[in-house]
Design a protein around this ligand. Structure first.
Ligand SMILES: NC(=O)c1ccc[n+]([C@@H]2O[C@H](COP(=O)([O-])OP(=O)(O)OC[C@H]3O[C@@H](n4cnc5c(N)ncnc54)[C@H](OP(=O)(O)O)[C@@H]3O)[C@@H](O)[C@H]2O)c1
Length: 258
């Protein structure tokens, strides 16, 4: 536990991962209190040292958000200990249907629904409820460009991120008159452990530090939705305007990226 009187309290989930770690480094500065959550305590501890060297106060916590009720209690307790100004909910899981499988494993489908949708949505709701009371606070939900496309080889991933995207949009609108901002981030490929695991070509792959900087700028300007890199926004539009039979044909032509 750190002492001192930090001015800004920031919670980052998935901080032990590539993007979450970059976000922690992005925000680490004097006057900032970082709550870094993940599961891998060794990685969190190493990251905490880097952030402390940049002048931030840091607490780390190992927490499995697939216990949704436990995750909600944890954010409520964190916020009760000191109001969170900014929550960046970056924890998430990727998946691609296993080779030879015609359908994704049902247990994996359930897990992605929980980790990528139910847990971050419930945590965001718990925070929003408290932020509304004080009429301030910012919540960032990390979705994916995969949310815009019905990927036949990654139904659970694209479905869970689509659910999160719709939730974030609705929460943003609901919070608008209450002084709480909600930002949805929909990245393409990022050069992290999860990103590198996706087989096949990964066009326009982004560096985690660049994504973190873009997210910080989006939060600072109160942006509702950040899609990056920009060609993925064009692809989203293309998916929307294409007649269904053409879209189906195109999506079916995408071989599972191996
Ligand atoms: N990389 C990409 O290409 C890409 C593209 C679009 C969107 N995204 C999204 O960006 C976010 C960050 O991903 P990343 O690329 O940084 O991946 P990553 O390096 O694999 O990091 C994922 C993070 O999520 C945490 N996590 C996973 N399951 C969890 C659970 N049950 N409970 C608590 N924490 C859990 C991991 O914790 P531990 O490691 O400690 O287990 C890790 O900190 C994810 O939401 C991902 O879907 C990534």
């Amino acid at each position: 536990m750190n002492t001192g009187s930090p001015k800004k309290r920031i919670l980052i989930t998935g901080a032990s991962g590539g993007l979450g770690g970059a976000l922690a480094r992005q925000y680490a500065a004097p006057g900032v209190m970082l709550a870094l959550w993940g599961r891998d305590l060794a990685r969190l501890t190493a990251l905490a040292e880097v952030c402390r060297a940049r002048g931030a106060c840091v607490d780390v916590r190992s927490l499995d958000i697939s216990d949704v009720a436990g995750a909600v209690l944890a954010v409520e307790a964190e916020d009760a200990a000191g109001p969170i100004d900014l929550a960046l909910l970056a924890a998430g899981l990727g998946d691609v249907r296993a080779e030879g499988d015609k359908v994704e494993d049902p247990a994996l489908v359930a897990k992605l629904g929980i980790v990528n949708f139910a847990a971050p949505a419930a945590m965001a709701a718990a925070l929003a409820k408290r932020m509304v009371e004080r009429k301030s606070g910012s919540i960032v939900l990390i979705g994916s460009a995969a949310a815009f496309h019905a990927l036949p080889f990654a139904a659970a991933y694209s479905g869970s991120k689509a659910g999160l995207a719709r939730f974030a949009e609705a929460l943003r609108l609901g919070m608008r008159e209450h002084g709480v901002t909600v930002t949805l981030v929909s990245p393409g490929f990022i050069d992290t452990a999860a990103g590198r695991q996706v087989p096949g070509p990964k066009p326009l792959m982004l560096k985690p530090d660049d994504v973190a900087a873009r997210i910080a700028a989006a939060v600072a300007s109160g942006k509702g939705h950040l899609i990056l890199p920009w060609p993925f926004a064009a692809l989203r539009l293309f998916d929307r305007i294409l007649p269904r039979f053409l879209r189906d044909r195109l999506l079916l032509s995408l071989a599972p990226p191996r």
